[in-house]
Design a protein around this ligand. Structure first.
Ligand code: FAM
Length: 437
């Protein structure tokens, strides 16, 4: 399957290289946007200044993996036997090759990952040497760096690899990282929150199902299916978000995928990025406690939302920097919950928020997007299946996002993107520029 994958990447890379050359040669001087002082100061938001081949975010339709919406991905891509959710390794195939995989190809992908699913003893020892109170995201970043010693890209580069070969060794490393990350995540979970015993890896299971069973808390098929959905939905979200951008930036120095993703993971650990999902669940649990057994009616939730706003706080799980509609990831999780856990009191609370909060935010008039984002639902699903340790939620996110950032890494090498080096300015220089134009 590896050879097939390489053939597909090589073919597409040739087309993309021609497109890149044409853009640079014939349109290189063409202006695509004006950059304002506001954009320069406020986090480069909306400046079109990066190339990311794998996915594209539309403010209304949400993320598309290689031009397929998440609904299309979920409908069209192969499922586990008896399952109704697209397998995340199929989404990875799509992100990497640019093509919808057949059932055979996804099976081959799963088997390829099985072959690579071993963790060197020194990496396990490194993880075990960390105090158990170390945040799970720190443990994951440390483990990623501990894995780096086996980087094939790094080794080949030292030996003097040709530029054209970069992507195929990047692919080797990226497949290794994807195969190993769920086992490492499960190891961190077991030692941090349980008895430290790690259930055996099961080569009969798919990538997400293995992760679910290795957490050792719920062996049901429904939990495996929920995990497949979660890991498929969070796989990629363009290149400009903090973790993807950090990974891309570090990778642009030709640091190998382990170094690059370790940097990205540190960004994902930030409260304004990956940590937001754990904050959402905390808020829901707090509301549930305050309700003290009362049914979460729309009226009650409207009062809660108004109270939160009056206290000057944001309502977690609502709004988005780019999206201007309900996040399709939220809707897919909602559809899953409607099938599997309508009796869950926490789902009923989430459902009530879905009805009550957008009108409150609309009435307030400040928020650009009053609708829920994925974080408003993910915690409920994890909690329902007994994954209750909120400090671990960002690690689950990281397992999923590994698919996207690794696919991006491969493509940054396949189309030979150069080292990234935006121009920065002191504020007084910006003032001089502003007055000049
Ligand atoms: N509750 C209350 N006020 C909100 C709000 C919310 N959920 N979302 C935005 N606002 C306020 C925001 O604070 C700002 O107020 P000020 O003008 O007083 O500063 C105003 O509405 C305009 O903000 P915006 O332009 O609509 O949003 P931003 O692009 O500045 O910020 C978010 C986007 C996601 C940071 C923001 O909507 C938010 O804080 N939401 C709640 C936290 C959350 O759900 N984070 C997870 C985001 C998730 F998608 C992810 O990336 N993991």
């Amino acid at each position: 399957i590896l050879e097939l994958m390489k053939t597909k990447i090589a073919k597409l890379a040739k087309e993309k290289a021609a497109l890149k050359a044409d853009l640079l040669k014939n349109h290189g001087e063409r202006k695509i946007q004006d950059v304002t002082v506001e954009m320069a100061i406020n986090g480069a938001r909306a400046i079109k200044s990066m190339v990311t081949e794998t996915s594209d975010l539309d403010a209304n339709k949400g993320i598309a993996y290689r031009h397929l919406s998440l609904y299309e991905v979920n409908t069209k891509l192969p499922k586990a036997p008896g399952g109704s959710v697209a397998l995340p390794e199929g989404a990875f195939w799509l992100l990497v090759t640019g093509e919808e995989p057949s059932a055979e190809e996804v099976k081959g992908m799963t088997e390829e990952l099985h072959k690579r699913a071993t963790i060197p003893a020194n990496v396990m020892t490194t993880i075990d040497s960390l105090p158990k109170e170390t945040h799970p995201m720190t443990q994951l970043s440390v483990a990623m760096l501990a894995l780096q010693k086996d980087s094939k890209f790094f080794k080949k580069y030292q030996e003097g690899m040709k530029k054209d070969d970069y992507w195929s060794y990047a692919l080797e490393d990226c497949l290794d990282v994807v195969a190993k990350v769920p086992i490492i995540a499960a190891k961190i979970y077991r030692r941090t929150f349980h008895d430290g015993k790690l259930p055996e890896y099961d080569p009969k299971l798919d990538w997400a199902a293995n992760f679910a069973q290795m957490l050792g808390i719920n062996q049901s098929e429904d939990f495996k299916e929920a995990m497949r959905l979660y890991l498929m939905l969070h796989a990629d979200h363009e290149g400009g978000n903090v973790s993807a951008h950090a990974t891309h930036l570090v990778g642009s120095a030709l640091s190998d995928p382990y170094y690059a993703w370790a940097a990205g993971l540190c960004g994902l650990a930030g409260p304004l990025h990956g940590l937001a999902n754990q904050e959402c669940l905390s808020w829901l649990l707090d509301v549930q406690k305050q309700l003290g057994g009362q049914k979460p009616t729309k009226d009650l939730m409207t009062d809660f939302a108004n109270k939160t706003l009056k206290e000057g706080k944001v309502i977690p799980g609502f709004g988005h920097a780019v999206l201007r509609n309900t996040d399709p990831r939220y809707m897919l999780e909602r559809e899953f919950a409607l099938k599997h856990c309508t009796e869950d009191p926490l789902f009923q609370l989430v459902d009530s928020c879905y009805q009550a909060i957008p009108p409150v935010l609309l009435k307030q008039g400040k928020v650009k997007n009053p609708f829920p984002n994925v974080d408003a639902h993910s915690g409920q699903l994890m909690h329902f299946y007994n994954l209750k340790e909120q400090n671990f939620y960002t690690v689950v996110f990281a397992v999923s996002r590994t698919l996207g950032v690794m696919a991006q890494y491969i493509w940054s090498r396949a189309v030979s993107l150069p080292i990234e080096r935006p121009k920065s300015l002191p504020l007084d220089e910006l003032m001089i520029l502003a007055k000049k134009h």
